[in-house]
Design a protein around this ligand. Structure first.
Ligand SMILES: *Cc1c(COP(=O)(O)O)cnc(C)c1O
Length: 450
């Protein structure tokens, strides 16, 4: 299967190349040129399969030429070593829990699969890389946990010294081995600047610096898996249609769903639930696109995105083109997008009310991101009451225990800390994280140590 760049100015590549490169040289995002179609019989048969078996069926459709069967199975078994359950909440509304991985965030799915793909390719090619990533909080932990103990990979994470929580820091500093966390005396923007400078610095080219950011196609594709899994868990008959509500920031989660639909998954509608960063619902309403700059700060902080990176893929799926600056170069079939996706912006005020109501009505906690998705579902069902007859799947993308202050304030309940977070909290920070204040010192550190 060939992979092209959404900017169409880079050569086509194999999956291996796309994973190792991350972003295309023309700054476009990599995308599969064909999306294989499954029959409704095949999809209905997923009901008798478990998560790993479904994952294999999906991925093998795309990656048959890239992996031997057993190798792909081993990669899946190692990466997806946590459950993705879907529970009935009320009436026809379900929640699919994507927060059962090691960092209790939906990002574990993509990051762990990407780490396993990369390790496999690096060993085969006998090359070593350094993953350099800047984090404002959560991504660093998910990447560090996913790549910990992987062969042929070193990880260097830069985080702003005074801007992340103790738990977020510990997710990076308690691992040791191939994980180095560096506290930067500065802000997230400084961390990003150091990383960018290092990628562009020819003195460091022999270090094979790579980014493992969320636009890597090795992270995107696995995000189609849980759409099939949660669907199989709840439907009763073949070709039954469902609604998905997706808390969205950079739109990687939603793009995974769009791929699943193109593969044949019967989806009545996607609800793209965003916080106060409302560039996408505005685009669907008005027909022209304008990013939100600077992005708005909301309690669903992993979704504070004023220009979603995966919009390039979404627009491309509907035959349009948006460049990396956010300029629409070719208009997509917007009516087709409106037909498949409805998007709502949820304010922080409504998000908080939803967290309270959810606890009062169901005696259950929901995190701020999941609450944005749930609130958007309720708005949709209010607008289209007859759709209440259709089953809905809502994603919970983080464990409420990651947001203790908000949750306690709103519900007066103390969220139970999941084992994986508890273990990290207890652990000693084996590595005293280094403190660096300027690019020169950072560069010298890299040259001395790697
Ligand atoms: C990253 C993230 C999201 C947003 O997902 P996208 O793929 O960027 O749209 C939602 N919730 C949580 C908890 C996240 O970490």
């Amino acid at each position: 299967m060939m992979i092209y760049s959404t900017n169409k100015h880079s050569p086509n590549v194999s999956f291996r190349e796309a994973v190792l490169k991350g972003q295309a040289p023309d700054k476009g995002l990599y995308m599969f040129d064909k999306i294989p179609l499954l029959s409704q019989d095949e999809i209905f048969e997923f009901k008798s399969l478990n998560l790993k078996e479904i994952a294999f069926k999906i991925l093998y459709q795309f990656l048959e030429e890239d992996f031997q069967e057993q190798i792909l199975k081993n990669i899946i078994n190692k990466a997806l070593d946590f459950p993705i359950p879907t529970n009935l909440i009320t009436d026809n509304n379900y929640i699919c829990y994507l927060d059962k991985g090691p960092t209790c965030s939906f990002k574990d799915v993509g990051a762990r699969m990407l780490a396993s793909f990369m390790e496999h390719f690096l060993i085969e090619e006998d090359i070593k890389i350094i993953i350099l990533t800047a984090t404002s909080g959560d991504t660093g932990g998910a990447v560090a946990q996913a790549f910990h103990d992987k062969n042929n990979v070193e990880v260097v994470v830069l985080y702003p010294k005074n801007e992340i929580s103790t738990l977020q820091r510990k997710q990076m500093t308690t691992l040791g081995d191939n994980i180095t966390a560096i506290a930067i005396n500065g802000k997230f923007d400084d961390c990003q600047r150091f990383a960018k400078s290092a990628f562009a610095d020819s003195d460091l080219s022999q270090l094979n610096l790579t980014s493992a950011n969320s636009i890597n196609i090795g992270r995107l594709l696995p995000q189609a898996i849980y759409y099939f899994k949660s669907y199989s868990d709840i439907i009763e008959h073949k070709n039954e249609k469902v609604i998905f509500s997706v808390p969205s920031g950079n739109f990687g989660n939603l793009t995974g769903g769009l791929i699943a639909k193109r593969m044949g998954l019967p989806v009545k509608r996607f609800i793209s639930a965003v916080n106060e960063n409302d560039e996408f619902p505005k685009y669907l309403a008005k027909g022209y696109y304008k990013k939100v700059k600077p992005s708005r700060v909301c309690i669903s902080n992993a979704m504070n995105v004023g220009h979603p990176s995966n919009l390039a893929r979404l627009i491309d799926l509907y035959n349009g083109h948006i460049d990396e600056e956010g300029n629409l170069r070719i208009n997509p079939s917007i009516d087709k997008i409106r037909n498949e996706i409805i998007s709502y912006s949820i304010t922080d005020e409504i998000t908080k009310e939803t967290i309270i109501d959810f606890n009062n009505n169901f005696d259950l906690l929901i995190d701020p991101h999941g609450a944005v998705g749930w609130a958007a579902l309720l708005r949709y069902q209010k607008e289209f009451p007859s759709e209440k007859a259709i089953k809905s799947i809502n994603f919970e993308t983080a464990d409420p225990a990651k947001f203790p202050e908000q949750i306690i304030k709103l519900t007066h309940k103390h969220p139970k800390i999941p084992d994986s977070l508890e273990i990290i909290q207890q652990k000693k920070e084996t590595m005293t994280s280094l403190e660096i204040g300027n690019y020169h010192d950072f560069k010298t550190y890299l040259q001395k140590n790697f």
